[in-house]
Design a binder for this molecule. Structure first.
Ligand code: DP6
Length: 361
């Protein structure tokens, strides 16, 4: 499949205005996307759990305008105008313009809110960009005369979301999504995320992700800069290769439900991601002292109890504590008593594996 598959549908702009709302979740990568080529093409495959509770809700109100030569939009977060979001959305509109024939014909009022605390350090780009992409798809559908098949809609939504933020392409559906061409997963490709198509053991049903908010401050190095530092990185090629190998290893683990092997693989992925940051030039560290305190406590508790608790990290200091639902009570008690003390203002979010985005209006 190529980009042409997602070219702009002919639309009739006789409709003067309309409104659409989508809610879309965040996701947490088990095998990490870190490094990209031009046009948001990943250097290696990644796989993620879609989350259930951390979501962005976005309403786009569109109104036909006279001037059809420029983008025209405003963005609001929780009702407050956010002009500092505009450059990112302008970049996104430029990237997706070729795939929609109506973007310059309308003024868009984009109203967005997150179910998780703003500036919690949780990446809202995956949920935010996927929600916006879905709104654009719905607008295209309502302006178009031809019917859009559900499968095409989801693929194009993921394709468009990717152009906003790479990881956003994994938020349209759940519960396990693969993005990036590889030999392990049939149908995998660089343009959009696909559902993981093979057997998954019941150990992973309702898998828990408790997100410990270690540092809610602005990241010193954005993901975009971090990805770019993988160009000319001395270990980049080995890392990209390792992601393929890890995906191959993950397949039998997901099938058998071997949680010891699962934890070993995801923790190694998380630490490799941060090792890539530390060995970039310029080098940087996104973990904080409390990130390491938490990791050590998790390892000690696992050793002492034998319970299958593990962690992953995204591009920040927060820790995602991952564990099966059946051990949830005991592990959550441990988290509350031993780990929450390391969180900024004691803040954490209980989430679990989820099933993707929903249209609300
Ligand atoms: C560490 O998707 O935020 O979370 O494509 O530049 O928007 P851009 O990057 P982004 O990178 C996410 C990196 C990660 C790993 C992952 O989610 O796979």
């Amino acid at each position: 499949m190529t980009e042409e598959h997602f070219s702009a549908k002919p639309v009739s702009v006789t409709i003067q205005s309309g409104k659409v709302t989508w809610q879309s979740p965040s996701n947490i990568a088990l095998i990490k996307y870190w490094g990209k080529k031009a046009n948001q093409i990943p250097e290696n495959p990644s796989i993620s759990f879609t989350l259930n509770n951390c979501k962005t809700i976005t309403t786009v109100t569109y109104t036909l305008k006279d001037n059809k030569t420029d983008f025209d939009f405003d963005v609001f977060l929780d009702g407050d105008r956010k002009d500092d979001f505009k450059p990112k959305i302008t970049t996104f509109f430029k990237r997706v313009e070729a795939y929609f024939s109506f973007i310059k014909a309308f003024y868009f009022k984009i109203e967005t809110s997150n179910t998780f605390p703003h500036s919690s350090g949780i990446a809202s780009s995956a949920s935010g960009m996927s929600a916006l992409a879905l709104c654009l798809l719905s607008i295209e559908q309502s302006l178009s005369d031809s019917e859009t098949l559900d499968d095409y809609f989801k693929k194009k939504a993921s394709f468009i979301a990717r152009l906003g933020s790479g990881s956003a392409c994994r938020s349209i559906e759940g519960d396990l999504i693969v993005w990036g061409k590889n030999d392990v997963v049939d149908g995998s490709n660089d343009l959009f995320g696909v559902k993981y198509p093979y057997p998954v053991h019941e150990n992973f049903n309702g898998y828990q992700d408790t997100i410990l908010l270690v540092d809610k401050g602005e990241k010193q190095v954005s993901s975009t800069i971090g990805h770019n530092l993988m160009h000319d990185h001395p270990y980049a090629q080995n890392r990209f290769q390792q992601a393929h190998v890890n995906l191959k290893k993950l397949k039998p683990i997901l099938e058998s439900g071997d949680l010891t092997a699962f934890i070993e693989l995801i923790e190694s992925e998380a630490l490799t991601l941060h090792a890539m940051m530390m060995t970039s030039m310029p080098y940087f560290i996104l973990m904080k002292p409390n990130t390491l305190e938490i990791i050590n406590k998790i390892w000690a508790f696992r050793k002492q109890t034998g319970l299958p608790i593990g962690f992953t990290l995204d591009a920040g200091a927060n820790v995602h504590v991952l564990y099966p639902r059946k051990d949830g009570d005991e592990i959550l008690e441990f988290i509350k008593h031993e780990l929450v003390a390391y969180c900024q203002n004691g803040q954490y979010i209980c989430d679990q594996i989820g099933f993707g985005a929903n249209q609300l209006l």
